[in-house]
Design a protein around this ligand. Sequence first.
Ligand code: S3P
Length: 435
Amino acid sequence: MSIDWIAGSGAALHGEMDISGDKSISHRAIMFAAVADGVSRIDGFLEGEDTRATAAVFGQMGVRIEAPSDGVRIVHGVGLDGLREPSAPLDCGNAGTAMRLLAGLLCGQDFDCELIGDASLSKRPMRRVMDPLMRMGAQVEAANGGLPPLRIRGGRALRGIDYTTEVASAQVKSAVLLAGLRAHGETVVREAQPTRDYSERMLAAFGWPIEFSPGIARLSGGHRLRASDIAVPADFSSAAFFIVAATLVPGSELVLKNIGLNPRRTGLLHVLRAMGADIAEERRNERGGEPVADLRVRHARLRGIDVPLEHVADMIDEFPALFVAAACAQGITRVRGAAELRVKESDRLATMAAGLAELGIRVDETADGADIYGGTLRGGSVESHGDHRIAMAFAVAAQMSRGRIRIADVGNVATSFPDFDACANAVGLQVGRAT
Ligand code: S3P
């Protein structure tokens, strides 16, 4: 049965918050540790449905993964040749990252396998990974028009490729690089718009020779991965909802601790600051080779801006939160160059536009963006379309609305931020299950 939330305006946000581990890094930590030689320990692992699905998939392929406590995984790596043929389809749940990266990692194995997903993932485009992988010699079949499930035939000899990505996608880049591990010769991935570089950084941490800088990554097949301990920083994309909430609600001052600040993830900080936000970085440090800091966010009044194109890829998961900030800002916020939002867990341009319109905000959608007219939010009922980030964004919107907001179908919040409602209520928001 689907779960709905009722969210209303709470108090000013105060206190310190610990946010759960980064989803992108948690997926990769499991995958890379699973095919490394030796035992790796992951600390700060995200206990979300998406990342647990990835761990379960490797369990099906014979990798022993212990969970001695929450947020910790001990992965007994089997090496790049040690995975076993699964006896059932590999269920990636809601996770595009899992399906696309696994396609790259598994297309050079000796066995066949099938990757399946939930209703949302089953509508997401897979051609973007199938095309380069097939050019490398892989055999991958999809359902009509390149949709999951993906059927991968094993026993194919892969060749390296020099590939320029057609969409800004770290998932595509990572899939090609992972196929490159088992390919003959060199694999190069070039990007017009650099995307998050976690795969590149983590391959280096696991001892694979790789050269990379923004816009290009280069590696050769035929090496081995060595087990490595990974400390996962807190997820910037989860923190984003509270950054926006504390900015919007008058009187707020909130500290978000040890947030991962990889420059390919923090576009939202630049954009919110340009809109007038007051976000200070304190106690800068490093965790697992990633920059982290505490973010102190104080209430500020925002004004609309044209979101610079150069930040779009670096905040691709943060648009639902940004739309809420824009709805409460003075003036118009214009987003362009963000067509990728149409193929996320939902069509995020359409879902945010429809939800905000229901709450009294004018949003003019374009093919690749929207103009959001700042105004006054009223209460109402919105659809999340089963999209975790849409649900959380509207919970933030409710803190600023004149009446309560009912948010339908929020169960998928558990994919990325299982304790969102508890965390939210602890710092002053008001979010509860509808009965
Ligand atoms: C991710 C990359 C992004 C992002 C997703 C996680 C990753 O997708 O939206 O939530 O872990 O590589 P794309 O690379 O397809 O834009």
